[in-house]
Structures are given as structure tokens and as C-alpha cells.
Design a protein around this ligand. Structure first.
Ligand SMILES: Nc1ncnc2c1ncn2[C@@H]1O[C@H](COP(=O)(O)OP(=O)(O)OP(=O)(O)O)[C@@H](O)[C@H]1O
Ligand SMILES: Nc1nc2c(ncn2[C@@H]2O[C@H](COP(=O)(O)O)[C@@H](O)[C@H]2O)c(=O)[nH]1
Length: 216
């Protein structure tokens, strides 16, 4: 295959890989591991009105904004989706997502079920949604406590919302259980690998296949 043909055959629009779960099931851990190993995957950095946790960086973990600025972003239609989660507002800036998709770059989202529903309405063909389940309620609570980033009150609040988040699992394309992290990671990677070669995404193949057929 000549380099020219090869490039054309590989051309495709990027996809949106969404991870959702109850708080503490492991989305951030899985996202970091995926991004470390995958050059064609970038993280969507959300805007939020939630206070910054120790160690979090503005512009890397989130864009930390005041409620008034969040509202401005909504009014200017700068957010692809937004939702109130645990008393704070979270939203996905539109521009970086649209740029990534049109450049053929895949983009990873750590968002809740409300945001996923909005993306499913707006961008179903680009969306691949994965719901991550914890192995048990006890394990979930232990993870939130071991993470030690939230107060006891916040942990209680997140645990009390876990059942509501989990009730949306059946709206997702894939469901994985994050018991053993390596196995869970392997399953998410397998989903991404398969979705990248989905026929409907492979716009570059149309020209490539017709050239192949002309050759016979
Ligand atoms: N398979 C696993 N086994 C044990 N601990 C895990 C596993 N996966 C993640 N953890 C730990 O659980 C804690 C919560 O994980 P993480 O912060 O990734 O969850 P999250 O889903 O992103 O939470 P949030 O929605 O609150 O941002 C972390 O301390 C992480 O190291
Ligand atoms: N709908 C959206 N949900 C989001 C977004 N960014 C994060 N989240 C979800 O919020 C909770 C809490 O996150 P935390 O960082 O405060 O622990 C979690 O479920 C995230 O998935 C977003 O842009 N839109």
C-alpha cells in the first residue's frame, strides 16, 4: 500500500468515548491510564463551579469557574452539554470537541448520565458510551474514603446518589465492572479498538475500496 493510499484508508472522523459511573467507581483512574498509552485520545476538560480539590490543576483537571461565568458559557452556547451534579454545575466546552472530531482525534469524557443523554441527542453517531460499575456498594464507599479527597459529608452525599446514577446503566452502549483494574482497562481498550474500525466511521474507506475494485 502506498503511503498516500494508506493515509486515505485510515481517514475517519474522531469518536466520543464517554465514561460514566457513580462517583468513586474509577473513571478518572481509567481515563488517566487510557490517555497515557493512546496517542490518538485526548481528554475533554470540563468547566465546573465545584471548588478545586487538593492537587487539581485549572485547565488540566477542570476549568474552575464562578457560577456567573458558567451561566455566561451557557448563554453563549459554548457548552455541548451541562448538568448540575452534587450541587455544582459541570459542562463540556464545545470548541475543543468539535476541533478534535474533525481532525480525526478521539476524545474522552468523564461525565454523568445527564450529560451523556444530551450528547446522545446531539451527536449519537459520534458517541460510544461506557458505564462503569463498582464491584459492590462496600467497595465503592471504601474507594471514596481511601481516595481521601472529599469530606465525610461529601462522601455520604455521593454514596446516596450512587443508586440514581447506577439506575441509568442500561442507557449505555457498554457496561464494564471495575473490580480488577487491569481487566477493566483491557475491556475499555477493546471497546475503543473495535469502535475505531466501525464501518460507519471509516469515511476514507469509500474511495479506497473503489480504487481497490478498479484494480481487479
Ligand atoms: N479497580 C480498582 N480497585 C481498587 N481501587 C480502585 C480501582 N479503581 C480505582 N480505584 C481507586 O478508587 C478511588 C476512586 O477512583 P476515581 O477517582 O478514579 O473515581 P471516579 O469515578 O473518577 O470518581 P469521581 O466521579 O468522584 O470523580 C481512587 O482512589 C482510585 O485509586
Ligand atoms: N454532565 C457532566 N458531568 C460531569 C462533567 N464533568 C464531570 N462530570 C461528572 O460530575 C461528577 C463529579 O465529578 P467530580 O470531579 O466532582 O468528582 C462525576 O460523575 C463526573 O463524571 C461534565 O462536563 N458534564
Amino acid at each position: 500500500m502506498s503511503p498516500e493510499v494508506e493515509t486515505e484508508a485510515l481517514t475517519r472522523r474522531g469518536l466520543m468515548l464517554v465514561l460514566s459511573s457513580p462517583s468513586g467507581a474509577g473513571k478518572t483512574t481509567i481515563s488517566r491510564a487510557l490517555l497515557k498509552e493512546d496517542d490518538n485520545l485526548v481528554m475533554s476538560v470540563s468547566a465546573t463551579t465545584r471548588p478545586r480539590r487538593p492537587g487539581e490543576q485549572d485547565g488540566k483537571d477542570y476549568y474552575f469557574v464562578e457560577p456567573v461565568d458558567f451561566n455566561l458559557m451557557i448563554n453563549r452556547d459554548e457548552l455541548l452539554e451541562h448538568a448540575k451534579v452534587f450541587n455544582h454545575y459541570y459542562g463540556t466546552p464545545r470548541g475543543p470537541v468539535e476541533d478534535a472530531l474533525s481532525e480525526g482525534q478521539d476524545i474522552l469524557f468523564d461525565i454523568d448520565w445527564q450529560g451523556t443523554q444530551q450528547l446522545a441527542h446531539k451527536a449519537r453517531t459520534d458517541l460510544v458510551s461506557v458505564f462503569i460499575l463498582p464491584p459492590s456498594t462496600e467497595a465503592l464507599e471504601k474507594r471514596l474514603k481511601t481516595r481521601a479527597l472529599d469530606s465525610a459529608e461529601v462522601i455520604d452525599q455521593r454514596m446516596s446518589k450512587a443508586a440514581e446514577e447506577i439506575s441509568h446503566w442500561s442507557e449505555y452502549d457498554y457496561v464494564v465492572i471495575n473490580d480488577d483494574l487491569d481487566r477493566c482497562l483491557a475491556e475499555v481498550k477493546a471497546i475503543l479498538t473495535a469502535e475505531r474500525v466501525r464501518r460507519t466511521r471509516r469515511t476514507g474507506l469509500i474511495q479506497f475500496v473503489s480504487r481497490l475494485r478498479e484494480g481487479y
